[in-house]
Ligand binder design. Sequence first.
Ligand SMILES: Cc1ncc(C[n+]2csc(CCOP(=O)(O)OP(=O)(O)O)c2C)c(N)n1
Ligand code: SF4
Length: 285
Amino acid sequence: MTKLTDLTTKCSPNWCPGCGNLAIWGAFKNAAVQKGWDNSNTAIVAGIGCHGHIINFTRITSFEGLHGRSIPVATGIKIANHKLNVFAFTGDGDCLGEGGNHFIHACRRNHNINIIIHDNAIYGLTTGQTSPTSPHGYKSKSTPQGNPDYPLNPLALAIASGATFVARGYAGDIQGTADLIVKASEHQGVSILDILQPCVTFNKELNHTFYQKNSYKLDQNHDVKNKEIAFKKALEWGEKQIPLGVFYETDEPAYESQLPQIANNPLIDNNPERKNLTDLFDEFT
Ligand SMILES: Cc1ncc(C[n+]2csc(CCOP(=O)(O)OP(=O)(O)O)c2C)c(N)n1
Ligand code: SF4
């Protein structure tokens, strides 16, 4: 049984007061207590950015990848030991800018990992530049005249790329976010959870008040199996028009379950002793 105190480290969070990352961290720890995640059964990975600090404040085996590379590290961990629950924490810049290719391929390959996007619609750590999810016209240090680009839609991209679990949360709703993290973890296959995460310091538009006013929970009757409806819902955005919840879920074999080499044994349990390859080389040279 995992207790909240088991998950704390010597480091105190250094996120700005009110930052949505604090709430995501709280939600993840609540989910970990509920599901009994600890060092023995779970690994967490982060990319570079404010979101990435989450691994410093959570006592679970972790790895901080290069910028944009939390997903490939997470898929590597999962393939090496598919018995672990694996979480890739990533920012909108990390996941959809620098790491955009990895995101698409993780969706289509259906790795059984949980990708948690801390979506503050800016580059937080580098002090507030425009990111792939910043709104069109958004003014920042990098686009002082207004963002000429249109934002990328993480949910629509995930559905179109073949993801089998696609959801959106709002960080300020800690219980709702914890519930979505639990649901994502229970899904067999890739889970994409986009969490609207206010950066209270650099993004003054997409703040807590904006999300509290404009988000709503998907109806209980929303048909998560219907891809077309999920896609339409994913495109909804605007005044009182930001849906939260599970948009899409379907059952497809996870990538790892299709690898006969690891079907019975995780790779790490195989004898790593180096085999003598001389005969093999002799045969082909
Ligand atoms: C390849 C590479 N490009 C750029 C950087 C600089 N850099 C570090 S963090 C960051 C922005 C992070 O933004 P995001 O992923 O959205 O995370 P946040 O800080 O908002 O949580 C950038 C551009 C880097 N470290 N490596
Ligand atoms: S800069 Fe923004 S994202 Fe980073 S810790 Fe502060 S509020 Fe959070």
